[in-house]
Design a protein around this ligand. Structure first.
Ligand SMILES: *[C@@H]1O[C@H](CO)[C@@H](O)[C@H](O)[C@H]1NC(C)=O
Ligand SMILES: *[C@@H]1O[C@H](CO)[C@@H](O)[C@H](O)[C@H]1NC(C)=O
Length: 261
């Protein structure tokens, strides 16, 4: 299966000055605290709440609504065989993220986070030619997708590094797995506006939302990973690690590479 994506997320890594004092949205936890997981769940919740409207002081755009200029999908063979682009994408809903669980590996500092997003709405302009569930689809126009009750498990690979005498987290990779409760969608102007076909096809796709959402899983996973990676890199390159976890051990800076192998 050939699968290609191109996601452009509007985060310009900048040389903004990092936080020198602890910002109000940061809660400090200690790994040696037996209640670390509870503390860290609260801390990550505060972080998500702050990301909603954005943090202009470190050049972070709002997470809600989130603007993505373009998502491109080229996928051959299998139940989904499409050449599609989604332009001028607006994603709303991540501002209502509930953090269900947050754990940090005390050796590698990798993060494990589980969140739930009650309702996400993705709107944009699509251009599509291909097959979904063996139905040939062609069209271009406005569309929306609405996954509800999305639960996302996020594993973030982290490396420590030092800057200005502070340890910082370098988030190098993000892996997500998600489940959704239901997916609703509508693609306007399918078949270039033959409206009876447009309506019946959209009804069919909604009635079969589960296989449709499975077919969108690779692109949606990759999109969420790219978005989270961009946001986490920008925030953690600007926030000393000890503001989040006060007992981060600087000696890991030198020993971690060997520990991990
Ligand atoms: C959301 O999904 C979770 C499991 O994925 C389930 O336990 C919960 O009941 C669902 N909530 C709603 C409101 O549908
Ligand atoms: C962060 O990690 C990436 C990938 O390992 C590396 O290329 C980059 O130089 C690191 N950045 C810093 C500031 O350490």
């Amino acid at each position: 299966m050939l699968l290609l994506f191109l996601v452009t997320v509007l985060i310009h890594h900048s040389s903004a000055e990092h936080y020198k004092t602890k910002p109000s949205f940061v809660k400090t936890c200690s790994l040696s605290d037996p209640d670390f997981d509870d503390c860290s769940q609260e801390a990550v919740q505060l972080l998500f709440n702050a990301l909603g409207p954005g943090l202009p002081e470190i050049d972070l755009p709002p997470l809600d609504p989130l603007k993505i200029p373009k998502i491109r999908i080229l996928q051959g063979e299998g139940p989904v065989n499409v050449n599609a682009a989604l332009d001028d994408v607006t994603v709303t809903g991540f501002g209502k993220t509930d953090v269900l669980l947050s754990q940090v590996d005390s050796k590698t500092y990798d993060f494990y986070t589980r969140v739930r997003v009650p309702k996400i709405r993705i709107e944009g302009t699509y251009d599509l030619k291909g097959k979904i569930l063996l139905i040939p689809l062609v069209g271009r126009g406005k569309c929306w997708f609405e996954p509800s009750n999305m639960t996302i498990d996020i594993v973030s690979d982290v490396k420590l590094y030092e800057k200005d005498g502070f340890p910082f987290f370098n988030v190098t990779q993000v892996h997500v797995k998600y489940n959704i409760g239901i997916l609703k969608l509508y693609m306007h102007n399918l078949f270039d506006g033959i409206s009876s076909l447009e309506e019946s096809t959209n009804a069919y796709l909604n009635a079969n939302w589960r296989p449709v959402s499975e077919s969108l899983r690779p692109i949606l996973s990759k999109t969420i990973e790219d978005i989270l990676l961009g946001f986490m890199q920008q925030i953690f390159h600007n926030l000393p690690a000890t503001f989040m976890i006060e007992d981060v051990k600087n000696n890991h800076l030198f020993s971690k590479r060997n520990d991990k192998v």
